[in-house]
Write a protein that binds this ligand. Structure first.
Ligand SMILES: Cc1ncc(C[n+]2csc(CCOP(=O)(O)OP(=O)(O)O)c2C)c(N)n1
Ligand code: SF4
Ligand SMILES: [Mg+2]
Length: 285
């Protein structure tokens, strides 16, 4: 596979110069190239926001949905065609704010998708309001006395829901993020990757330098199959650990669906007797 296969060619990228979204896009393209996944084998499902625009800037199947509503779309795609590799991708506001309820149930159902959250700790597209992950005391034009709500912790949240795969990365570290993404994309089941991403225009607190100085990597002594330990690491005060916190192999949503219990042929490929289906539907009226 050639990385250029995911390029849109000569297009305008509606992101600010220096935005961390460029790095995430590049890392994702390289990860997919190294995994030898063809653009036609992938569907990128996004919500609304700066992060979500990535669907317009990469060459692969995509669905750019409503704010916070990417996961139900991803679930429907997997239900109809489990053979597709579905990557969900959006911002911290879209995923943890507007889409919070969908997130709970996508994790519980264990839909076999990779969920990449560009966590810039701000609402970028709408010009810099606080998001669920903004830090305490963070001052914006809207929160002019500083944020007084404790930030949402996506990792403890996902581990508490017994998610199948939970990780955190920083887009300034290309090789490490690529390795985490490779493991997440090849993982069978819901994989949650919160990716720290500087917003150079609206977040002057959590800068490239800040992320560098305030993160470190989990080492080999961390056992990702130990849920209590994963939870403990995700609640650490001070510097933020990066890496794979938790892995919990279990049956996926698709495997649990009645349609796939005895037949793994994607539903969309199956022949339907439309007469029979409509008779059955009419019998409910
Ligand atoms: C239901 C709904 N609420 C609010 C909005 C307005 N809105 C669009 S993008 C956005 C914030 C996006 O922030 P985030 O998801 O963190 O993405 P970023 O732009 O930071 O990448 C908001 C509030 C909307 N489009 N739909
Ligand atoms: S406003 Fe922030 S998140 Fe949006 S493109 Fe600019 S730097 Fe990136
Ligand atoms: Mg954001």
């Amino acid at each position: 596979m050639d990385k250029k296969a995911y390029d849109m060619g000569d297009i305008d990228y509606h992101w600010c110069p220096g935005c961390g979204n460029f790095l995430i896009m590049d890392i994702l393209k390289e990860t997919l190239t190294e995994l030898d996944l063809k653009p036609e084998e992938i569907v990128l499902v996004t919500g609304i926001g700066q992060a979500a625009k990535m669907a317009h800037f990469t060459k692969m199947n995509f669905f750019n949905g409503l704010h916070g509503r990417s996961l139900p779309v991803a679930m429907a795609i997997k239900a109809v065609n489990p053979e597709l590799k579905v990557i969900v991708e959006s911002g911290d506001g879209c995923t943890y704010g507007e889409g919070g309820n969908h997130l709970i149930h996508a994790i519980r159902r264990n839909i076999n998708v990779t969920n990449i959250i560009h966590n810039n700790m701000v609402f970028g597209l709408t010009k810099g309001q606080a998001s669920p992950t903004s830090q305490l005391g963070y001052v914006t034009k809207m929160q002019n006395l500083g944020v007084f709500v404790e930030p949402f912790n996506p990792l403890t949240f996902a581990i508490a829901l017994n998610a199948s795969f939970v990780a955190r990365a920083y887009c300034g570290d290309k090789e490490q993020t690529k390795e985490i993404l490779k493991k997440a994309i090849t993982h069978r089941g819901y994989a949650h990757i919160d990716v720290f991403q500087p917003c150079v225009t609206f977040n002057r607190l959590n800068t490239y330098q800040w992320f560098k100085e305030n993160t470190y990597y989990l080492d080999d002594s961390h056992d990702p199959y130990d849920r209590v330990e994963a939870f403990r690491r995700a609640t650490e005060k001070g510097k933020y650990p990066l890496g794979i916190f938790y892995i919990n192999p279990k049956k996926t949503f698709e495997e649990n669906l009645a349609a796939y219990r005895e037949n793994d042929m994607p539903v969309y490929k199956r022949k339907r007797d439309l007469e029979k289906v409509s008779q059955k539907l009419l019998s409910f009226v």
